[in-house]
Design a protein around this ligand. Structure first.
Ligand code: DGT
Ligand code: CA
Ligand code: CA
Ligand code: ZN
Length: 576
């Protein structure tokens, strides 16, 4: 049993108890415990096996420790099972609606008899929900938006989660001696930020053996369908995986076909037709009268070549500009992880980070970076113990000392993630910001403001002389929160006019800017900075997700500012 699973179960228990009327205050122990467990480097299961007492850990009390033991020993929680017998299963969907929460879910359940998402949506449309005490029209609207997010979250998982499953499944499948080649196709291969299902292709002459082996994958819950060469399964988390077994001579054609996107394939098929050819999942064929002659199919490269096309990187197969590019010259050379020199957004224990400043520095060096900026939160972010001027200046002194003591040419920049206040303006005084190497401007509060208000705040920050970059520009959280209502055109314009940079936040839950915005920024000549926003040392590894997203936005190294050494980047933003 993973820590992740234990934390999820505790949270579910707390939510359901609150749904049944328990006092939220009493449930804090479970929720805090869940958070601690999720972030612990050690496995709870291992600790218990070694006879350790979990109460020794900060944030884990007696009650939580007992639940952990029960879960690890029996695989379930008695109390949770009892509650699940009492409430309809679909109530769990209600609890996943952002802005509803267990208490409000209980209100709609008890007052309006609502027990699933469809009923909740209908009642919102009817205006019934806003009449409940403590709700109102604004809440009802937020709940409606939340339902859409919950429905989508039920259907698609984050790319990073799909990546974990794909890597486990790959490990499992390579043990099968009948597998010659294996590749994941579909939206996962294209690096889409969320993935609907996984599409696995195997090159083999023994589909039966491959499917038998596939069926033994640990986390499979049920088989949806099994044919002669195709099989679909559902995993324990409801996620679907499609397997297709193909012969070697069609593997490349199948990979091309099932990688998609569907829109890209439409364009490719159109091109084949113009050339008197045909392309499908079996290969490329020359058409002559009612005869057809097989031309290619073994590898993806030969498939594209047979149509006079380059092997497009999967990330740009979206029927945007890739076919035009192929017509007029070589494709852009998309950015790679190795191109990145610095990471300019991260937190330490001074605010809500989990690692100290020196720990973040060591971890960044181990990643091969040349420079980082320490950018803790400013004071407005009280929840994260944000820095006021004095604490910030003290941190910068520590950074100066660190740099002086350093024997290699690694550089730590004095930065700050400064909030853009609700009323506009920056959270720290100009004379302090003027002393920074690197100032990030961020919106954390007032995200529900009108389009005009939010746009004005952001544009104001981009006009500020000391601001270097706007972080997570649209504020979205995938499957959790919609972007704020902001005029991106105005943001791009202000960034361009004031020589400011825009962030691509690499956190797999954010990936903000999105692929379309990235391409727009590139087209307008606005450099992007890919940052991890790490809150712990492991967070620095998120850079790879940012790179995937950047590639989807067709960015090359030249479009990304932190591929430059700091002294060149500094010139660009005018901090000399
Ligand atoms: P997803 O799973 O919703 O995240 O997105 P995809 O792109 O992985 O879609 P999926 O799994 O339905 O199909 C994988 C690829 O197979 C898709 O990108 C293109 C190809 N494909 C599937 N069905 C069709 C179809 O009916 N027509 C065409 N042209 N291509 C298809
Ligand atoms: Ca798929
Ligand atoms: Ca599929
Ligand atoms: Zn941050």
């Amino acid at each position: 049993m993973t820590n992740q699973k234990i934390a999820q179960t505790l949270e579910m228990l707390a939510d359901l108890m609150e749904f049944q009327g328990a006092n939220a205050f009493r449930l804090r122990a479970y929720r805090n415990g869940a958070r601690v467990i999720r972030e612990m480097p050690d496995s709870i299961e291992k600790l218990l096996e070694n006879g350790e007492d979990l109460v020794e850990f900060d944030g884990i009390g007696k009650g939580v420790a007992a639940k952990c033991r029960e879960l690890v020993e029996t695989g379930k929680l008695e109390q949770l099972e009892t509650i699940l017998d009492e409430v309809p299963r679909t109530v769990l969907d209600l609890l996943n609606v952002p802005k509803l929460g267990p208490k409000k879910a209980a209100a709609v359940f008890n007052e309006l008899g609502i027990s699933n998402l469809e009923q909740l949506e209908a009642a919102c449309m009817d205006g019934q929900v806003q009449q409940l005490p403590g709700f109102g029209a604004k809440t009802e609207k937020a709940i409606l938006a939340g339902i859409a997010i919950a429905v989508a979250a039920n259907q698609r998982i984050l790319w990073s989660q799909a990546d974990q499953i794909a890597s486990d499944l790959r490990k499992h499948m390579v043990d099968c001696s009948s597998v010659n080649r294996l590749e994941f196709a579909g939206s996962y291969r294209r690096g889409q930020e969320t993935v609907g299902d996984l599409d696995l292709l195997v090159d083999s002459n023994c589909p039966e053996e491959v499917m038998d082996h596939f069926a033994e994958f640990d986390s499979i819950n049920s088989t949806i369908v099994r044919g002669e060469t195709k099989m679909s399964v559902r995993l324990e988390n409801e996620f679907q995986v499609d397997l297709r077994v193909v012969p070697a001579e069609s593997f490349g054609a199948a990979l091309q076909y099932f990688t998609g996107s569907q829109a890209h394939n439409v364009l490719v098929r159109g091109r084949a037709k113009q050339m008197g050819k045909k392309i499908n999942e079996w290969g490329v064929f020359q058409l002559e009268g009612d005869q057809e002659q097989w031309l290619a199919g073994r590898t993806e490269q030969e498939v594209y070549e047979a149509l006079g096309l380059p092997e497009f990187p999967p990330e740009i197969r979206e029927a945007r500009r890739e076919l035009d590019w192929a017509e007029t010259g070589p494709l852009p050379e998309l950015i790679e992880l190795d191109d990145i020199c610095g990471d300019l957004h991260m937190h330490t224990t001074a605010t809500d980070g989990r690692a100290t400043l020196p720990e973040m520095v060591d971890a960044a060096k181990a990643c091969g970076l040349k420079y980082i900026a320490i950018t803790d939160h400013s004071k407005r972010v009280t929840m994260a113990n944000g820095l006021d001027s004095d604490r910030l200046l003290a941190q910068w002194q520590e950074i100066d000392q660190l740099n002086q003591a350093m024997t290699d040419d690694f550089l730590v920049l004095k930065g700050i993630e400064c909030d853009i206040l609700e009323a506009g303006g920056m959270d720290l005084p100009d004379d302090v910001l003027a002393q920074a190497d690197w100032v990030i401007a961020s919106v954390h509060y007032g995200q529900q403001q009108s389009r005009q208000q939010i746009t004005d705040r952001i544009v104001g920050a981009l006009q500020h002389p000391h601001v270097s970059m706007l972080a997570h520009p649209t504020g979205r959280l995938l499957n959790k929160r919609e972007p704020y209502d902001v005029d991106m055109d105005a943001v791009f314009q202000a960034a361009l006019e004031n020589r400011k940079l825009l962030e691509l936040n690499a956190n797999p839950r954010r990936l903000d800017l999105n692929d379309i915005h990235l391409l727009a920024a590139k087209t307008r000549g606005i450099p992007v900075v890919i940052n991890t926003d790490a809150h712990r040392t492991e967070g620095l590894d998120d850079m790879k997700y940012g790179i995937k997203q950047a590639r989807r936005g067709c960015l090359t190294a030249a479009d990304v500012a932190n591929t430059l050494p700091w002294n060149e980047m500094k010139k660009w933003i005018g901090r000399e």
